[in-house]
Each structure stands twice: as structure tokens, then as C-alpha cells.
Design a protein around this ligand. Structure first.
Ligand code: NAP
Length: 236
């Protein structure tokens, strides 16, 4: 792939770490102009600086995707500054470990607020803009857990199933238009998500092998944006 995103405006949420940060690097190599979002200011600025070092224009806009108003501002600020959004990668997510009965309701809701409603907030803000332009691509970074169950992960599995359901329905409703919805469903990627998530089990958590490199997952995000299809898998 060589500069396939030159002149394209790409927003990546959860770009301060892991798959989102690797995807931002790959979009930068492909010539995209990037708007990076996550909550933590410093690591997001560092990710934007890495993209600029790769030759891309990149800005950081600290955003909590669970906050509807903040996501609306992210979309509005981007369209005002750059004129449009070609691709929006909904990648931000939280993880929580624990049996259902160990998981506090507030922690469960926080995961759903981020991993499901984060997408709802973004898509609701994007649709008027994309309908006016007649095009736009939404890439959901889901999970193999969007399709499968996993004990100790009730909040995450619930949120990932629901987000895929939302994007599936929108894919049907906008079929045949220039507005496309695609899901990347990774298996186990070696990222900090397993350490970042709250853990109510009393045990240490690690990714289940075999793991896939974060760079490969980042390239898969870019491929999904380039060739949107309903489901794309990365890893076993
Ligand atoms: N790693 C895996 O094995 C794996 C497997 C399947 C799917 N996935 C999916 O891949 C995506 C990326 O995960 P990752 O493994 O790269 O995890 P990660 O390294 O922990 O990155 C998660 C990103 O989401 C951001 N984030 C979390 N809550 C947010 C919020 N409320 N608002 C805005 N940003 C928020 C984090 O930044 P801040 O904390 O700064 O906000 C961070 O940039 C997720 O959708 C995850 O479910 C991962």
C-alpha cells in the first residue's frame, strides 16, 4: 500500500495506545491527515507527534467517547478544521475482568458506555455530515468476542456483541449508498488492554496465546478502511 490515503481525513479513537496508535502510524505512512482521540492528553500528543514524524499532518483532540457532547465536538471540530471526515475508526474500548457477580454494576456500565455508546455517539454525529456528502466509512474495531462468549468478561462481551449489532444494522440500512460500515474482529493482540482493565478476579490477567503483533492489527484496520466489508478477522 503506498499513500492510498493521501488527502483523506481520518479520525481514530483510542489512538493513544495499542491498536489505535499502530493504526494511526499506518494511516500516517499512507498519507492520511489524522485526528487522534483518547482521554489521556500526553500519550495522545506523543502519538500525534509520531504520525507527524512519519510525514502526516496529525492533531490530538482529547475526547472521552462515553461523553456524547465531547464526541459531537470532536466531529464538529474536525469537519470545521479539515472540511470533512472520510474515515472514522471507532477503536476506543475498556476491558474489565471478573465473574458477572464480581463485577460492580458501575464498572459494567462504564464498559458499555465506552464500548457501545461511544460508537452510538460518533455515528449519530457523523451521519448528517456523511448523508450530505453521500459518503463516509465507519470502521468498528470489534473483537472476536463480538461473536463469541468468554467467562470473566461479561461487560466486555456484552458491549462488543451490541456494538457489532449496531454496525450490522447500519450496514443494512445504508447498503447501496456511499456510507459504509465495516467491522474488524481481532483475536488476541499484544497490547496494554489486559493490564489497563479493572480486574475483580484477584488474579493476574494475560492475553491468551497465540497473540498477534499490534503492527499487524494496525495494518488490518487500514485495510478495513480501504476495503470495507462486513467482517474482517485478524489473528486466529
Ligand atoms: N488487545 C486485544 O487482544 C484485542 C482483541 C480484540 C479486540 N480488541 C479491541 O481493539 C481496540 C483497541 O484495544 P487495545 O488492545 O489497543 O487496547 P489499549 O492499548 O488499552 O487501547 C485502548 C485505547 O482506548 C482509549 N480509551 C479507553 N476508554 C476511552 C474513552 N472513554 N474515550 C476515549 N478513549 C478511550 C485508551 O486511551 P485513554 O485511556 O487515554 O482514553 C486507549 O487509547 C478495542 O476496541 C479492543 O476491544 C483488542
Amino acid at each position: 500500500m503506498a499513500h492510498r490515503f493521501r488527502g483523506k481525513i481520518v479520525v481514530v479513537t483510542g489512538a493513544s495506545s495499542g491498536i489505535g496508535r499502530a493504526a494511526a502510524h499506518e494511516f500516517a505512512r499512507q498519507g492520511a491527515t489524522l485526528v487522534l482521540a483518547a482521554r489521556s492528553h500526553d500519550s495522545l500528543e506523543a502519538a500525534a507527534a509520531e504520525c507527524r514524524a512519519l510525514g502526516a499532518e496529525a492533531v490530538a483532540i482529547p475526547t472521552d467517547v462515553a461523553d456524547e457532547h465531547a464526541v459531537r465536538d470532536l466531529v464538529a471540530t474536525t469537519t470545521t478544521r479539515f472540511g470533512r471526515i472520510d474515515v472514522f475508526v471507532g477503536n476506543a474500548a475498556l476491558f474489565v475482568y471478573g465473574l458477572f457477580e464480581q463485577t460492580p454494576t458501575e464498572a459494567f456500565k462504564r464498559v458499555v458506555d465506552t464500548n457501545l455508546y461511544g460508537h452510538l455517539h460518533a455515528i449519530t454525529a457523523l451521519l448528517p455530515h456523511w448523508k450530505q456528502r453521500g459518503e463516509g466509512t465507519y470502521v468498528l474495531v470489534g473483537s472476536i468476542q463480538s461473536l463469541l462468549s468468554a467467562p470473566y468478561q461479561s461487560a466486555y462481551v456484552t458491549s462488543k456483541h451490541a456494538a457489532l449489532g449496531l454496525v450490522d444494522v447500519l450496514g443494512d440500512e445504508f447498503a447501496g449508498t456511499g456510507i459504509r460500515f465495516a467491522a474488524l474482529l481481532p483475536s488476541t493482540i499484544d497490547t496494554p488492554i489486559y493490564q489497563n482493565g479493572a480486574n475483580y478476579t484477584g488474579k493476574t490477567s494475560h492475553p491468551l496465546p497465540p497473540t498477534v503483533s499490534v503492527e499487524r492489527a494496525g495494518r488490518a484496520v487500514v485495510r478495513t478502511a480501504l476495503h470495507p466489508k462486513r467482517y474482517r478477522f485478524v489473528g486466529r
